[in-house]
Design a protein around this ligand. Structure first.
Ligand SMILES: *Cc1c(COP(=O)(O)O)cnc(C)c1O
Length: 355
């Protein structure tokens, strides 16, 4: 039994993997694999419809928003958002809270002016800046809800006079949000929603159509909306597994229920990091992520032996990102609290051994 704390692609529910593997051989009794049927078959259309319906239900998506399943990952959204939303004589506002935010704003610079309203770069992104003004004359304000690498998370979303564009790749469906607060939400599925290969986009229809540049069909939200995410062949397997994962989440009680679990998982783990003399936290208390828990050692020489003990105990994927060092325990929706307790046990065992 492995406890999978990997940052991404991340853990998926076991029953989802089992159902998905069965569909690869025989999809819903059709005698065909999910991988060899037409994406325009009624069987697959039902999958896509159900996935869209689940997104709408789980997030209570209001009227006037479109739900898309696209390809190219969140990284394509870094470009697609400004391509569609940033007029060439206009500007966009960005909150720089980490490497992903930085990559997003770099892409926006191809399309117009970028104003970085605040940045925590000087302190290696260990906190979320809060003291800033959103320029009312910008086309949109881009934020990253959870900074996967550093382990910070926006606990509250800004009240903004302009549409908010949010990269939710690493905390999508981990907590309740009010979709009406956003103009555009996007998330690569592979952290908290499904497998790699599909990107969820929730876009407010009325913010589109305001730039006059020509946009290639695949990168145009309007084309994708008109095509119902099927302008071209969609990533059928990734959408199917995402649909199964969303169904799993619904059966667990939805976003409200998982949010409570996630809060508990994060709380017990941060408590241990605070309490255990070997480890210390990295980020500002009020900005700590409920998804990616980063921590370091008082004595970095003990890192290797700790990782070795983790390996022996089936704790997988907790080595920190190279830009932060130390450790990162990703505790996504599908990670059971028993795995968090298993990690805490190893931390305590290690502290005993190194007294
Ligand atoms: C992983 C990640 C990305 C990159 O996603 P891709 O789907 O690989 O392009 C972007 N933003 C955040 C916050 C991430 O965690």
């Amino acid at each position: 039994m492995k406890h999978n704390f990997g940052a991404g692609p991340g853990i998926l529910p076991h029953e989802v993997l089992k159902q998905a593997s069965e569909a690869v051989i025989d999809f819903n009794g059709t005698g065909l694999s999910l991988l060899e049927i037409s994406h325009r078959s009624k069987e697959f259309e039902a999958v896509l419809d159900e996935a869209v319906a689940l997104v709408k239900e789980l997030f209570s998506v209001p009227e006037g928003y479109s739900v898309l399943f696209l390809q190219g990952g969140a990284s394509t959204q870094f470009a697609m958002a400004p391509y569609n939303l940033l007029p060439s004589n206009g500007k966009a506002a960005y909150l720089e809270t980490g490497v992903w935010a930085n990559k997003a704003l770099k892409e926006a610079k191809y399309f117009g002016e970028v104003e970085i309203v605040a940045s925590s770069k000087a302190s290696n992104f260990t906190y979320i800046p809060k003291d800033y003004t959103i320029p009312a004359d910008a086309a949109y304000f881009h934020i990253t809800s959870n900074n996967t690498i550093y382990g910070t998370q926006l606990q509250e979303f800004p009240k903004s006079p302009i549409p908010v564009v949010c990269d939710m790749s690493s905390d999508i469906f981990s907590r309740k949000i009010n979709v009406a607060d956003f103009g555009l939400i996007y998330a690569g599925a592979q952290k908290n929603m499904g497998p790699a290969g599909v990107t969820l986009v929730i876009v407010k229809d009325e913010i589109l159509g305001k730039v006059d540049r020509k946009i290639p069909a695949m990168l145009n939200y309007q084309t994708q909306i008109e095509g119902g995410s099927m302008y071209n062949t969609p990533p059928v397997f990734a959408i199917y597994v995402s649909m199964l994962t969303l169904n799993w989440l619904k059966a667990k009680g939805g976003v409200e229920a998982i949010e409570q679990e996630n809060i508990t998982k994060a709380r017990v783990l941060y408590e241990e990091i605070e309490r255990n003399p070997i480890f210390k936290p990295v980020c500002a208390v009020e900005d700590r992520s409920h998804m990616n828990v980063t921590f370091v050692m008082e004595n970095p020489e003990l890192e290797k032996p700790f990782l070795k003990l983790c390996d022996e105990r089936g704790i997988v994927g907790i080595k920190g990102h190279r830009s932060v060092g130390g450790f990162r325990a990703s505790i996504y929706n599908a990670l059971p609290i028993t795995s968090v307790y298993a990690l805490i046990d190893v931390m305590q065992e290690f502290a005993e051994l190194n007294k």
